[in-house]
Design a protein around this ligand. Structure first.
Ligand code: NOJ
Ligand code: CA
Length: 706
């Protein structure tokens, strides 16, 4: 038995391959450069193969599922029918890194059936795009079975070399790890268990999160992720460091004892493989978005891209606190003011007005206010956080009606904050009242948070149960015309196309780590990795814009970038909501703040001008409506010279460029705030030489001269 299996496998491998003749079950991208092929062994085992021209990207990789109370879906398959079709459309993003998106792909649907009882059916949808390939499974109705329990999905990705890989551990509860750069053979996720600064990690085995991005020795770039993650568990990839293979490892629930439960029929999320010759093409790729369903919310003009400030950074740098100093009365379950307020509470009416005045003066549209509601005294460190937060009751020193009124009068919008402390059932109970309050006050967006271990115990941030919670919150918010920016979220998988109120999210090590992480904060290379990994999934609420880089209240911390690098983040990082996270007093009388005032947040076009993963990246974006362009570049710990070409500008126009760049003295450690600001005229045939110093960067605004 064993012998014949080996021979059959061998046969399958020699027949397949990127140079071999294509079978009927082959699909080519519209430009014919990418190819995906389904293979069936003689015993009906399924596998697939991905090619870019004649290079093998994913070598023969098996596809299988382990199910509860059923035989695994692994062999005995035969093809019932296969069909090919093509699709092409151009659709419009209501807000985005570009307005128009071309969605052009070829599709192959393979209908399969087991040849022995119970003769289960399985369809696989393949799509080939010019920027990569994707596939998803469809489980069909089975006689006498109304739902299916998946114990594990075994989708393999057989790599073809020991690629350089940019990865974070496949933590079931957090994406807030620092990126590692190693060969596939050097991936060691377990060593990141209990990473410094991370209160809750669950790394179960040597797995990585997606998007995971790799570069082959020939310089091809590959990124594996998923699209349209709904009612399913998040996928991590278990790494076999000797066979150079990754296998899907779904996030599970110890409480429920399985990975996924679904009624039949259903489709899984897409498994995606983006392929790019130039690293920057990964950022320009819209494959993840294209694999999602069109907008289901109709008119979403109420979702407003904007810049915002916040009563926020001052808590992270220990200048103020979220909590007020109330006591939980065990009898009534209510928070009571026993006169023990410590006086450091930041979300006061008075402080809010100070921020509103500044934001209004500088034309910053939004103001986030954290720590406004009761419950912060027990938001972390307590096992029982159920019922602790209340999303409608302000602390005694915060007059929400007055703050909203004052803000409105000055053209500023308050952004609501709901820290759930990972008690989603408490949140769900209150969602309607909380969102109704927002609607009554005219507050159109909420930042939500999921700090801590999920209650109930045994659930994880990325398990199916939580995927469904995040989705419910999004859909419920949409009913009230509210946009959601979730922190400690489920990863982005392009659902913003379908639900454009998913305006941004965290899901990475953000700026906040620079304020308090015991490992000294994010290294200078952070963003030049993030741009090619996490950012491929969707918008990031990174919260850029620290001007007081030395963090005087935090003697052991400092931001590891120059000021010009902080400015560049507004262009390099894509998010329709971008924070100016520092305190008003740190922006006062700072000429560089002009860039934050001027930079766009909603784009007509995006071009990645240059970049290498982990080294540097330069991005240009054209603002919607104004025709102004903004360019941002960041480097890692190494200084670099960039020769900028402006051929993206319109030919017959002249632009006034304001250039914010490192000075010869700038250095992320020794001299982070040294910056040069210079104006000059730029045309499409202009060139500009820019040096980014260690940990540095640059930002340019280009306004058409009329
Ligand atoms: C973690 C979030 O990332 C941060 O932005 C927020 O201030 C805290 N949670 C409190 O909710
Ligand atoms: Ca966070």
């Amino acid at each position: 038995m064993r012998k014949s299996r080996v021979i059959i496998l061998f046969l399958a491998i020699v027949v397949a391959g990127c140079k071999a003749k294509q079978s009927e079950l082959t699909l080519l991208s519209p430009d014919s450069q990418n190819r995906v092929e389904l293979l069936l062994s003689q015993t009906g085992e399924l596998s697939y193969l991905v090619c870019h021209n004649d290079k093998t990207i994913i070598d023969t990789s098996s596809l299988a599922f382990e199910l509860k109370d059923q035989k695994p879906l692994i062999s005995g398959f035969e093809v019932v029918k296969s069909s090919h079709s093509s699709f092409s459309e151009t659709w419009e993003l209501p807000w985005g890194e570009q307005r128009e998106v071309v969605n052009n792909y070829n599709e192959m649907v393979v209908e399969l059936k087991e040849n022995t009882t119970p003769k289960r059916r399985l369809n696989i949808y393949f799509r080939a795009y010019d920027d990569g390939v994707a596939f998803r499974y469809e489980f069909l109705a089975q006689k006498g079975v109304d739902s299916l329990i998946i114990m594990e999905e075994n989708t393999k990705f057989q790599l073809t070399g020991d690629h350089t890989t940019w990865w974070i551990p496949g933590d079931w509860d957090s994406y807030e790890h620092l990126y590692n750069t190693t060969p596939v053979s050097g991936i060691d996720a377990m060593k990141h268990n209990n990473a410094p600064g991370l209160g809750f990690t669950n790394i179960m085995d040597n797995a990585v999160h997606t998007p995971v991005t790799m570069r082959t020795t020939e310089g091809l770039h590959i990124s594996i992720h998923e699209a349209a993650l709904m009612d399913y568990a998040g996928m991590t990839l278990k790494v076999d460091t000797s066979a150079l293979k990754m296998t899907s490892r779904l996030v599970g629930s110890e409480r429920l004892g399985y990975k996924v439960k679904r009624g039949l029929p259903f489709k899984t999320p897409w498994r995606t493989i983006q392929i790019a010759e130039r690293a920057g093409e990964l950022i320009e790729s819209r494959l993840i978005l294209n694999l999602n369903e069109p907008n289901k919310l109709g008119d979403v003009s109420w979702v407003k891209p904007m810049k915002y400030m916040g009563i926020w950074w001052e808590m992270h740098i220990d200048k103020g606190s979220w909590d007020y100093g109330m006591t939980l009365d065990e009898k009534s379950g209510k928070w009571v003011d026993t006169g023990k307020a410590h006086g450091r509470h930041a979300a006061t009416t008075e402080n809010a007005k100070r921020y509103i005045d500044f934001a209004s003066k500088k034309g910053i549209k939004g103001l986030l206010i954290e720590g406004w509601n009761t419950g912060w005294e027990r938001w972390t460190g307590f096992e029982d956080r159920e019922g602790i937060f209340d999303f409608v009751t302000p602390y005694p020193d915060y007059d929400i009606e007055e703050v909203v009124r004052y803000a409105k009068e000055r053209g500023v919008e308050i952004i609501m904050h709901h820290e759930t402390s990972s008690a989603p059932r408490t949140y769900e109970k209150q969602m309607d009242t909380a969102y109704a309050l927002m609607q009554r006050l005219g507050i159109g967006s909420v930042k939500s948070g999921y700090v801590g271990r999920i209650i109930p115990k045994g659930e994880h941030h990325h398990s199916q149960w939580m995927v469904n919670h995040y989705q419910r919150a999004l859909e419920k918010a949409a009913e009230y015309k509210i946009a959601v920016n979730a922190h400690e979220p489920i990863k982005a998988t392009g659902l913003r196309r379908t639900y454009p109120n998913a305006i941004s999210r965290e899901g990475l090590r953000g700026q906040e780590f620079n304020a308090w992480s015991p490992d000294g904060g994010n290294p200078p290379e952070h963003i030049s990795i993030v741009a090619f990994t996490r950012m491929l999934a969707g918008p990031i609420d990174f919260t850029p814009g620290v001007f007081e880089i030395s963090l005087p209240t935090k003697p052991n911390n400092q931001i590891n970038t120059t000021l010009a690098h902080q400015l560049a983040l507004y262009v390099v990082i894509y998010s329709p909501i971008q924070m100016a996270c520092d305190l008003p007093e740190n922006y006062e009388n700072q000429p560089a703040f002009q860039f934050i005032q001027e930079v766009g947040v909603d784009w007509e076009r995006t071009r990645v001008l240059e970049g290498e993963i982990g080294d540097f990246v330069v991005i240009a974006r054209e603002e919607r409506g104004s025709g102004n362009w903004f360019v941002g570049g960041v480097t890692d710990e190494n200084a670099r010279e960039i020769n900028l070409d402006f051929d993206f500008l319109e030919e017959d126009k002249s632009y006034l460029a304001t250039i914010y760049r490192d000075t010869p003295k700038s250095h992320f450690k020794q001299n982070p705030t040294s910056i040069d600001i210079e104006e000059r005229e730029i045309r499409s045939n202009s060139t500009l030489n820019i040096t980014m110093n260690e940990g540095g960067g640059f930002a340019i605004s280009l306004k058409e001269k009329k």
